[in-house]
Design a protein around this ligand. Structure first.
Ligand SMILES: [Zn+2]
Ligand SMILES: [Zn+2]
Length: 309
């Protein structure tokens, strides 16, 4: 018998771990640079130089991305049966009563082309040519990173785009954000500094993605349309402002995105708020989305208190 057969969930968890760590590696490099909030340093040291210095991290992230995609395919195959993953010729399977039991993990499993063709054979959703080409691109880049003596040719931007593409294909839009946020959230150390701040600080993942990919590209990987006007989230802004720092990012969007919409949704904390549509009292501000916070009306464009004359 083949014992300890894995479930699709086992592989799915590992796939998410790989993709999350592929993201985190890049994010940490960026975040460390971002801490140097000093014009002189920024002028002398570019982010590009930092990526070049961290080419080993890019290499590792790429390997994890490839691993994440392969493991996702394994999870999809497991929904039919994990036995399809075994590489051994069937005649040699340790399944006859006379043969000794073997644990699944001790057997070689398929990879590369065999994995891809099996995945296509069992997949519940139709596999597009685009996805096959995407896997091929990642595989080639990964081989280059593992075997090539040369530097990795892939840039951080292209790699992050690939990571998000994989996340979205395998687990749907928003998955990259929800997974990377919940990884931090599940950290045993979470909450010891400040529960609210640590939760809200996930906005940095969004800022990082926006800075590297730009709005148009990032929009493909989120279910909320971020091409419309962005607003401050009344909750996240109040949490971050103060002792921790000053929140400049706007991750709340009208839902639906209509001129008379009275509802706003924040991607970062996933909360929705009622808003009043009237012009902001500040002369310089063109905002017309006002939030009533315990009878304290605040403009979500400039975050100024709306003093009634
Ligand atoms: Zn929020
Ligand atoms: Zn305003």
């Amino acid at each position: 018998m083949i014992t300890r057969l894995p479930t699709y969930k086992d592989f799915e968890d590992v796939s998410k771990q790989c993709l999350t760590q592929a993201f985190n590696l890049l994010y940490k490099v960026y975040d460390e640079y971002d801490e140097y909030d000093d014009e002189v340093i920024r002028a002398e040291v570019s982010l590009e130089q930092i990526w070049t210095h961290n080419s080993g991290t890019i290499r590792t992230s790429l390997i994890l991305l490839h691993q994440g995609i392969e493991t996702y395919m394994k999870s999809a195959i497991c929904k039919t049966t994990p036995l399809l993953l075994i590489e051994k010729t069937r005649a040699d399977w340790p399944t006859l009563p006379s043969r000794a039991d073997k644990e699944f993990d001790s057997l070689y499993t398929i990879s590369g082309e065999a994995l891809l063709t099996t995945f296509c054979a069992v997949s519940e959703k139709k596999i597009s040519n685009e996805f096959i080409e995407f896997i091929e691109t990642v595989r080639q880049k990964r081989n280059e990173a593992i075997h090539g003596a040369n530097n990795v040719s892939i840039k951080a931007k292209e790699l992050l785009d690939h990571i998000f593409n994989a996340y979205t294909y395998c687990f749907g839009k928003d998955a990259w954000f929800l997974e990377t946020r919940s990884f931090n959230y599940e950290n045993p150390l979470f909450g010891y500094f400040d529960w609210d701040i640590e939760y809200a600080v996930a906005y940095k993942h969004l800022d990082f993605a926006l800075d590297i990919l730009g709005k148009k590209k990032l929009n493909k990987y989120l279910s909320t349309d971020i091409l419309g006007r962005a607003y401050f989230c009344p909750e996240c802004k109040r949490t971050i402002d103060g002792d921790y720092g000053y929140l400049e990012s706007k991750w709340a969007f009208l839902k639906p995105n209509k001129p008379d919409s009275t509802n706003i949704h924040c991607i970062n904390c996933d909360a929705e708020f009622n808003v009043i549509r009237k012009d902001c009292v500040e002369d310089k501000c063109k905002g017309n989305v006002i939030h009533d916070y315990d009878c304290e009306e605040t403009c979500l464009t400039c975050f100024e208190y709306q003093e009634n004359e």
